[in-house]
Design a protein around this ligand. Structure first.
Ligand code: ATP
Ligand code: MG
Length: 413
Protein backbone atom coordinates (compact mmCIF):
# COMPACT_ATOMS: atom_id res chain seq x y z
CA UNK A 1 0.00 0.00 0.00
CA UNK A 2 1.30 3.46 -0.88
CA UNK A 3 1.42 5.69 2.19
CA UNK A 4 1.44 9.46 2.45
CA UNK A 5 4.89 11.09 2.47
CA UNK A 6 6.47 11.71 5.88
CA UNK A 7 5.40 15.00 7.44
CA UNK A 8 2.11 15.27 5.53
CA UNK A 9 -1.36 14.83 6.94
CA UNK A 10 -4.80 13.80 5.69
CA UNK A 11 -7.57 16.02 7.00
CA UNK A 12 -10.58 13.72 7.27
CA UNK A 13 -14.16 15.08 7.12
CA UNK A 14 -14.60 15.44 10.88
CA UNK A 15 -11.38 17.42 11.25
CA UNK A 16 -12.25 19.43 8.16
CA UNK A 17 -15.22 20.83 10.06
CA UNK A 18 -12.77 22.17 12.66
CA UNK A 19 -10.65 23.67 9.88
CA UNK A 20 -13.69 25.36 8.36
CA UNK A 21 -14.56 26.76 11.76
CA UNK A 22 -11.04 28.18 12.08
CA UNK A 23 -11.09 29.60 8.54
CA UNK A 24 -14.53 31.17 8.93
CA UNK A 25 -13.68 32.68 12.32
CA UNK A 26 -10.45 34.17 10.95
CA UNK A 27 -12.16 35.55 7.84
CA UNK A 28 -14.85 37.14 9.96
CA UNK A 29 -12.21 38.94 12.05
CA UNK A 30 -10.24 40.01 8.94
CA UNK A 31 -13.44 41.50 7.48
CA UNK A 32 -13.89 43.65 10.58
CA UNK A 33 -10.34 45.02 10.39
CA UNK A 34 -10.46 45.79 6.66
CA UNK A 35 -8.10 43.03 5.51
CA UNK A 36 -8.68 41.49 2.04
CA UNK A 37 -7.57 38.09 0.85
CA UNK A 38 -4.58 37.58 -1.45
CA UNK A 39 -3.59 34.29 -3.12
CA UNK A 40 -0.09 33.75 -4.48
CA UNK A 41 1.64 30.78 -6.19
CA UNK A 42 2.68 27.63 -4.37
CA UNK A 43 6.10 27.89 -6.03
CA UNK A 44 8.35 30.88 -6.62
CA UNK A 45 11.88 31.53 -7.85
CA UNK A 46 14.27 30.22 -5.19
CA UNK A 47 16.00 33.59 -5.04
CA UNK A 48 12.87 35.20 -3.58
CA UNK A 49 13.22 33.18 -0.38
CA UNK A 50 17.03 33.36 -0.27
CA UNK A 51 16.76 37.14 -0.29
CA UNK A 52 13.44 37.53 1.50
CA UNK A 53 13.74 34.99 4.28
CA UNK A 54 17.53 35.23 4.56
CA UNK A 55 20.19 32.76 3.47
CA UNK A 56 21.51 32.11 6.98
CA UNK A 57 18.11 31.02 8.33
CA UNK A 58 17.14 27.42 9.12
CA UNK A 59 14.34 27.73 6.58
CA UNK A 60 16.69 28.55 3.69
CA UNK A 61 19.72 26.54 4.78
CA UNK A 62 17.96 23.32 5.74
CA UNK A 63 14.24 23.27 5.05
CA UNK A 64 13.39 24.33 1.50
CA UNK A 65 11.89 22.08 -1.15
CA UNK A 66 13.98 23.30 -4.06
CA UNK A 67 14.21 21.73 -7.51
CA UNK A 68 15.16 22.58 -11.04
CA UNK A 69 12.20 22.66 -13.41
CA UNK A 70 12.33 21.37 -16.99
CA UNK A 71 13.34 24.83 -18.16
CA UNK A 72 16.40 24.81 -15.88
CA UNK A 73 15.03 27.38 -13.39
CA UNK A 74 15.56 26.94 -9.66
CA UNK A 75 12.10 26.72 -8.12
CA UNK A 76 11.09 26.45 -4.45
CA UNK A 77 7.79 25.45 -2.85
CA UNK A 78 6.88 28.37 -0.59
CA UNK A 79 8.09 27.78 2.99
CA UNK A 80 6.23 30.86 4.29
CA UNK A 81 3.79 33.46 3.02
CA UNK A 82 5.29 36.90 3.51
CA UNK A 83 7.95 36.82 0.78
CA UNK A 84 5.42 35.84 -1.90
CA UNK A 85 2.84 38.36 -0.72
CA UNK A 86 5.43 41.15 -0.73
CA UNK A 87 6.61 40.09 -4.20
CA UNK A 88 3.00 40.28 -5.41
CA UNK A 89 2.54 43.66 -3.69
CA UNK A 90 5.54 45.07 -5.56
CA UNK A 91 4.95 43.32 -8.88
CA UNK A 92 1.30 44.38 -9.09
CA UNK A 93 1.92 48.01 -8.16
CA UNK A 94 -0.11 47.75 -4.97
CA UNK A 95 1.96 50.58 -3.52
CA UNK A 96 -0.38 52.94 -5.39
CA UNK A 97 -3.41 51.69 -3.40
CA UNK A 98 -4.61 53.72 -0.41
CA UNK A 99 -2.09 53.10 2.36
CA UNK A 100 -1.86 51.05 4.50
CA UNK A 101 -2.59 47.99 2.40
CA UNK A 102 -4.12 45.22 4.52
CA UNK A 103 -3.90 41.64 3.23
CA UNK A 104 -4.60 38.18 4.57
CA UNK A 105 -3.93 34.70 3.21
CA UNK A 106 -4.63 31.05 3.96
CA UNK A 107 -2.03 28.85 2.31
CA UNK A 108 -0.16 25.55 2.46
CA UNK A 109 3.57 25.84 3.25
CA UNK A 110 6.39 23.38 2.64
CA UNK A 111 9.45 22.88 4.84
CA UNK A 112 11.76 19.90 5.12
CA UNK A 113 11.52 19.75 8.94
CA UNK A 114 12.39 17.23 11.60
CA UNK A 115 8.89 15.84 11.90
CA UNK A 116 7.53 15.88 15.45
CA UNK A 117 4.46 17.00 17.38
CA UNK A 118 3.03 20.11 15.71
CA UNK A 119 5.81 20.14 13.10
CA UNK A 120 4.99 18.93 9.61
CA UNK A 121 6.54 19.17 6.15
CA UNK A 122 3.32 20.35 4.59
CA UNK A 123 1.41 22.66 6.91
CA UNK A 124 -0.99 25.59 6.63
CA UNK A 125 -0.79 29.17 7.76
CA UNK A 126 -3.47 31.81 7.99
CA UNK A 127 -1.59 35.08 7.99
CA UNK A 128 -1.95 38.83 7.72
CA UNK A 129 0.28 41.59 6.38
CA UNK A 130 -0.22 45.30 7.08
CA UNK A 131 1.94 47.20 4.60
CA UNK A 132 2.68 50.92 4.73
CA UNK A 133 2.71 52.03 8.36
CA UNK A 134 5.81 52.51 10.51
CA UNK A 135 3.71 53.50 13.53
CA UNK A 136 3.56 51.41 16.69
CA UNK A 137 -0.21 51.60 16.17
CA UNK A 138 0.07 49.18 13.27
CA UNK A 139 1.87 46.70 15.55
CA UNK A 140 -0.89 47.11 18.11
CA UNK A 141 -3.66 46.61 15.55
CA UNK A 142 -1.98 43.47 14.19
CA UNK A 143 -1.58 42.05 17.71
CA UNK A 144 -5.20 42.91 18.63
CA UNK A 145 -6.45 41.24 15.46
CA UNK A 146 -4.38 38.10 16.11
CA UNK A 147 -5.71 37.93 19.64
CA UNK A 148 -9.28 38.44 18.46
CA UNK A 149 -8.97 35.46 16.12
CA UNK A 150 -7.59 33.25 18.89
CA UNK A 151 -10.30 34.50 21.27
CA UNK A 152 -13.06 33.86 18.74
CA UNK A 153 -11.77 30.28 18.52
CA UNK A 154 -12.00 29.97 22.29
CA UNK A 155 -8.26 29.42 22.68
CA UNK A 156 -8.05 30.48 26.30
CA UNK A 157 -4.72 28.86 27.14
CA UNK A 158 -2.53 30.95 24.83
CA UNK A 159 -0.18 33.64 26.15
CA UNK A 160 1.27 36.59 24.25
CA UNK A 161 5.07 36.87 24.40
CA UNK A 162 6.62 40.09 23.18
CA UNK A 163 10.09 41.34 22.29
CA UNK A 164 11.83 43.93 20.17
CA UNK A 165 14.82 43.04 18.03
CA UNK A 166 15.57 46.62 17.05
CA UNK A 167 16.61 48.00 13.69
CA UNK A 168 19.84 47.51 11.71
CA UNK A 169 21.27 50.48 13.61
CA UNK A 170 20.96 49.14 17.15
CA UNK A 171 21.40 45.57 16.03
CA UNK A 172 24.96 46.30 14.92
CA UNK A 173 25.86 47.22 18.51
CA UNK A 174 24.07 44.20 19.86
CA UNK A 175 25.67 41.79 17.42
CA UNK A 176 29.09 43.01 18.45
CA UNK A 177 28.30 42.34 22.11
CA UNK A 178 26.72 39.00 21.30
CA UNK A 179 29.75 37.86 19.32
CA UNK A 180 32.08 38.78 22.14
CA UNK A 181 29.91 36.79 24.51
CA UNK A 182 29.69 33.70 22.27
CA UNK A 183 33.29 33.67 21.09
CA UNK A 184 34.92 31.90 24.10
CA UNK A 185 32.49 28.96 23.63
CA UNK A 186 32.19 29.01 19.85
CA UNK A 187 33.99 25.62 19.58
CA UNK A 188 31.16 23.95 21.45
CA UNK A 189 28.36 25.19 19.16
CA UNK A 190 26.99 23.13 16.25
CA UNK A 191 28.43 23.46 12.74
CA UNK A 192 25.55 25.61 11.50
CA UNK A 193 25.95 28.06 14.38
CA UNK A 194 29.68 28.26 13.74
CA UNK A 195 28.99 29.12 10.12
CA UNK A 196 26.54 31.84 11.20
CA UNK A 197 28.86 33.45 13.71
CA UNK A 198 30.35 35.95 11.26
CA UNK A 199 27.45 36.48 8.90
CA UNK A 200 24.48 36.58 11.27
CA UNK A 201 25.23 35.86 14.94
CA UNK A 202 21.66 36.52 16.10
CA UNK A 203 20.60 33.39 14.22
CA UNK A 204 22.57 31.41 16.80
CA UNK A 205 19.96 32.38 19.40
CA UNK A 206 17.26 30.66 17.30
CA UNK A 207 19.14 27.34 17.04
CA UNK A 208 17.06 24.30 18.01
CA UNK A 209 20.09 22.09 18.97
CA UNK A 210 20.08 21.20 22.65
CA UNK A 211 23.79 22.01 23.20
CA UNK A 212 23.42 25.41 21.53
CA UNK A 213 20.28 26.21 23.51
CA UNK A 214 22.14 25.49 26.75
CA UNK A 215 25.17 27.50 25.68
CA UNK A 216 22.87 30.42 24.84
CA UNK A 217 21.41 30.81 28.32
CA UNK A 218 22.53 34.08 29.86
CA UNK A 219 23.34 35.70 26.51
CA UNK A 220 23.15 39.51 26.34
CA UNK A 221 19.62 40.76 25.71
CA UNK A 222 18.81 42.93 22.72
CA UNK A 223 16.37 45.04 24.74
CA UNK A 224 19.37 46.55 26.52
CA UNK A 225 20.82 47.69 23.21
CA UNK A 226 17.82 49.34 21.52
CA UNK A 227 18.41 52.79 20.02
CA UNK A 228 16.17 55.67 21.18
CA UNK A 229 13.75 55.31 18.30
CA UNK A 230 13.31 51.56 18.74
CA UNK A 231 13.01 51.96 22.51
CA UNK A 232 10.28 54.59 22.11
CA UNK A 233 8.43 52.46 19.54
CA UNK A 234 8.49 49.46 21.88
CA UNK A 235 7.37 51.53 24.90
CA UNK A 236 4.42 52.80 22.88
CA UNK A 237 3.42 49.28 21.85
CA UNK A 238 3.51 48.11 25.47
CA UNK A 239 1.71 51.20 26.78
CA UNK A 240 -1.12 50.81 24.28
CA UNK A 241 -1.49 47.08 24.93
CA UNK A 242 -1.69 47.91 28.66
CA UNK A 243 -4.46 50.43 28.01
CA UNK A 244 -6.32 47.84 25.94
CA UNK A 245 -5.95 45.31 28.77
CA UNK A 246 -4.06 42.88 26.56
CA UNK A 247 -1.81 40.77 28.70
CA UNK A 248 1.72 39.99 27.54
CA UNK A 249 5.06 38.82 28.82
CA UNK A 250 8.40 40.15 27.66
CA UNK A 251 10.49 37.28 26.30
CA UNK A 252 13.96 38.40 25.27
CA UNK A 253 14.63 35.01 23.67
CA UNK A 254 12.25 35.63 20.76
CA UNK A 255 14.38 36.43 17.71
CA UNK A 256 12.10 34.72 15.12
CA UNK A 257 13.16 32.27 12.46
CA UNK A 258 13.17 34.62 9.49
CA UNK A 259 15.72 37.35 8.84
CA UNK A 260 13.40 40.12 7.76
CA UNK A 261 12.05 41.07 11.18
CA UNK A 262 12.74 44.44 12.84
CA UNK A 263 11.51 46.07 16.06
CA UNK A 264 8.41 44.36 17.50
CA UNK A 265 8.28 40.55 17.38
CA UNK A 266 5.70 38.39 19.14
CA UNK A 267 4.47 34.86 19.61
CA UNK A 268 1.26 33.43 21.02
CA UNK A 269 2.25 30.26 22.85
CA UNK A 270 -0.09 27.60 24.18
CA UNK A 271 0.63 27.25 27.88
CA UNK A 272 -0.47 23.61 27.95
CA UNK A 273 1.77 22.11 25.25
CA UNK A 274 4.33 24.91 24.92
CA UNK A 275 3.84 25.16 21.15
CA UNK A 276 3.72 28.49 19.34
CA UNK A 277 0.39 28.77 17.52
CA UNK A 278 0.83 32.22 15.98
CA UNK A 279 3.93 34.32 15.43
CA UNK A 280 4.88 37.53 13.70
CA UNK A 281 6.41 40.94 13.86
CA UNK A 282 7.51 44.03 12.02
CA UNK A 283 9.60 43.71 8.87
CA UNK A 284 10.58 47.19 7.78
CA UNK A 285 13.50 46.09 5.59
CA UNK A 286 11.88 43.41 3.44
CA UNK A 287 10.11 45.39 0.74
CA UNK A 288 13.24 47.34 -0.14
CA UNK A 289 15.28 44.12 0.04
CA UNK A 290 12.97 42.75 -2.66
CA UNK A 291 13.47 45.84 -4.87
CA UNK A 292 10.31 47.69 -3.87
CA UNK A 293 10.12 51.21 -2.45
CA UNK A 294 11.31 51.44 1.15
CA UNK A 295 8.02 50.58 2.91
CA UNK A 296 7.43 49.54 6.53
CA UNK A 297 5.21 46.55 7.29
CA UNK A 298 4.06 44.23 10.06
CA UNK A 299 2.35 40.84 10.00
CA UNK A 300 1.97 37.37 11.41
CA UNK A 301 1.13 33.78 10.57
CA UNK A 302 -0.96 31.30 12.53
CA UNK A 303 -0.27 27.57 12.33
CA UNK A 304 -3.61 26.00 11.39
CA UNK A 305 -2.62 22.39 12.27
CA UNK A 306 -1.56 23.45 15.76
CA UNK A 307 -4.76 25.40 16.37
CA UNK A 308 -6.91 22.56 14.97
CA UNK A 309 -5.22 20.03 17.24
CA UNK A 310 -5.84 22.20 20.30
CA UNK A 311 -9.49 22.71 19.33
CA UNK A 312 -10.00 18.99 18.73
CA UNK A 313 -8.90 18.34 22.31
CA UNK A 314 -11.37 20.91 23.59
CA UNK A 315 -14.53 20.05 21.74
CA UNK A 316 -15.83 17.52 19.32
CA UNK A 317 -17.14 19.21 16.21
CA UNK A 318 -19.79 17.08 14.52
CA UNK A 319 -20.48 16.73 10.82
CA UNK A 320 -23.60 18.49 9.58
CA UNK A 321 -26.68 16.30 9.82
CA UNK A 322 -29.46 16.34 7.20
CA UNK A 323 -32.67 18.24 7.89
CA UNK A 324 -34.57 15.44 6.25
CA UNK A 325 -34.05 11.92 4.92
CA UNK A 326 -36.51 10.76 2.27
CA UNK A 327 -37.05 6.99 2.57
CA UNK A 328 -38.93 5.13 -0.15
CA UNK A 329 -40.08 1.74 -1.30
CA UNK A 330 -41.00 0.90 -4.91
CA UNK A 331 -39.95 2.17 -8.32
CA UNK A 332 -42.31 5.16 -8.69
CA UNK A 333 -41.87 6.30 -5.05
CA UNK A 334 -38.11 6.15 -5.59
CA UNK A 335 -38.29 8.39 -8.65
CA UNK A 336 -40.58 10.77 -6.76
CA UNK A 337 -38.14 10.81 -3.82
CA UNK A 338 -35.29 11.74 -6.17
CA UNK A 339 -37.28 14.68 -7.54
CA UNK A 340 -38.33 15.70 -4.01
CA UNK A 341 -34.78 15.80 -2.54
CA UNK A 342 -33.57 17.73 -5.59
CA UNK A 343 -36.33 20.29 -5.10
CA UNK A 344 -35.59 20.53 -1.36
CA UNK A 345 -31.89 21.05 -2.10
CA UNK A 346 -32.73 23.75 -4.64
CA UNK A 347 -34.54 25.49 -1.77
CA UNK A 348 -31.46 25.31 0.50
CA UNK A 349 -32.52 22.34 2.58
CA UNK A 350 -29.95 19.67 3.38
CA UNK A 351 -31.80 16.53 2.23
CA UNK A 352 -30.62 12.95 1.64
CA UNK A 353 -32.08 9.80 0.14
CA UNK A 354 -30.89 6.31 -0.61
CA UNK A 355 -28.75 5.89 -3.73
CA UNK A 356 -27.48 2.38 -3.05
CA UNK A 357 -30.72 0.36 -3.42
CA UNK A 358 -30.99 -0.36 0.30
CA UNK A 359 -34.03 -2.03 1.88
CA UNK A 360 -36.46 0.25 3.73
CA UNK A 361 -35.17 -1.06 7.05
CA UNK A 362 -31.58 -0.32 6.05
CA UNK A 363 -32.61 3.17 4.90
CA UNK A 364 -33.98 3.89 8.39
CA UNK A 365 -30.83 2.60 10.00
CA UNK A 366 -28.70 4.79 7.74
CA UNK A 367 -30.83 7.89 8.38
CA UNK A 368 -30.35 7.32 12.11
CA UNK A 369 -26.58 6.86 11.75
CA UNK A 370 -26.10 10.11 9.83
CA UNK A 371 -28.25 11.93 12.38
CA UNK A 372 -31.13 12.95 10.08
CA UNK A 373 -33.50 15.22 12.02
CA UNK A 374 -36.64 14.09 10.16
CA UNK A 375 -37.52 11.10 8.01
CA UNK A 376 -40.41 11.00 5.56
CA UNK A 377 -41.36 7.60 4.09
CA UNK A 378 -42.90 7.30 0.64
CA UNK A 379 -44.56 4.14 -0.69
CA UNK A 380 -47.19 3.53 -3.43
CA UNK A 381 -50.05 4.53 -1.03
CA UNK A 382 -48.42 7.80 0.01
CA UNK A 383 -47.78 8.63 -3.62
CA UNK A 384 -51.46 8.03 -4.48
CA UNK A 385 -52.73 10.09 -1.50
CA UNK A 386 -50.01 12.75 -1.93
CA UNK A 387 -49.59 12.74 1.85
CA UNK A 388 -47.03 11.04 4.11
CA UNK A 389 -45.81 10.86 7.71
CA UNK A 390 -42.93 13.09 8.75
CA UNK A 391 -41.12 11.56 11.71
CA UNK A 392 -39.12 13.63 14.19
CA UNK A 393 -36.14 11.35 14.86
CA UNK A 394 -35.45 12.99 18.23
CA UNK A 395 -38.89 12.69 19.80
CA UNK A 396 -40.39 9.91 17.66
CA UNK A 397 -43.38 12.18 17.05
CA UNK A 398 -45.08 11.84 13.64
CA UNK A 399 -46.98 14.51 11.75
CA UNK A 400 -48.82 14.31 8.49
CA UNK A 401 -47.67 16.39 5.54
CA UNK A 402 -48.69 16.94 1.97
CA UNK A 403 -45.98 15.58 -0.34
CA UNK A 404 -44.70 18.86 -1.72
CA UNK A 405 -41.35 20.50 -1.01
CA UNK A 406 -42.99 23.74 0.17
CA UNK A 407 -45.32 21.92 2.58
CA UNK A 408 -42.46 19.87 3.99
CA UNK A 409 -40.28 22.95 4.47
CA UNK A 410 -43.16 24.61 6.31
CA UNK A 411 -43.55 21.54 8.56
CA UNK A 412 -39.77 21.35 9.24
CA UNK A 413 -39.98 24.79 10.80
P1 ATP B 1 10.14 27.58 14.93
O1 ATP B 1 11.19 28.48 15.47
O2 ATP B 1 9.27 26.89 15.97
O3 ATP B 1 10.62 26.63 13.87
P2 ATP B 1 9.34 29.42 12.92
O4 ATP B 1 10.04 30.66 13.28
O5 ATP B 1 9.92 28.54 11.87
O6 ATP B 1 9.09 28.56 14.23
P3 ATP B 1 7.17 30.75 11.59
O7 ATP B 1 7.80 30.58 10.29
O8 ATP B 1 7.09 32.09 12.17
O9 ATP B 1 7.80 29.73 12.63
O10 ATP B 1 5.69 30.14 11.54
C1 ATP B 1 4.59 30.72 12.20
C2 ATP B 1 3.73 29.63 12.77
O11 ATP B 1 3.46 28.64 11.80
C3 ATP B 1 4.38 28.86 13.91
O12 ATP B 1 4.21 29.53 15.10
C4 ATP B 1 3.61 27.56 13.87
O13 ATP B 1 2.36 27.69 14.51
C5 ATP B 1 3.41 27.35 12.41
N1 ATP B 1 4.46 26.48 11.86
C6 ATP B 1 5.72 26.80 11.49
N2 ATP B 1 6.38 25.73 11.03
C7 ATP B 1 5.51 24.69 11.10
C8 ATP B 1 5.59 23.29 10.76
N3 ATP B 1 6.67 22.77 10.23
N4 ATP B 1 4.48 22.53 10.97
C9 ATP B 1 3.35 23.05 11.49
N5 ATP B 1 3.22 24.34 11.82
C10 ATP B 1 4.29 25.15 11.64
MG1 MG C 1 10.96 26.71 11.92
Amino acid sequence: MIQRPKGTKDILPQESRTWQFIEESAKNVFDHYGFSEIRVPVFEHTELFQRGVGDTTDVVQKEMYTFEDKGGRSITLRPEGTAGVVRAYIENGMASLPSPVKLWYNMAMYRYENVQKGRYREFHQIGAELIGSSSYEADVEIICMAKRILDSLGMDSVMLNLNSIGCPLCRAQYQKALKEWIKPNLDRYCQTCKSRFDKNPMRILDCKEKVCKELNSGAPEILNYLCDECKCHFENVKKTLDRLNIEYKIDSRIVRGLDYYTKTVFEFVDSKNGLTVLAGGRYDGLIKELDGQDTPAVGYAMGVERVAELLAQKQEIKLLSPEIYVAQIGEEPNLFATMLVEELRSKNIYAQKDITEKSLKAQFKYADKIGAKYVVTIGEDELKEKTAKLKNMNTGEEIETILSADEIIEKLK
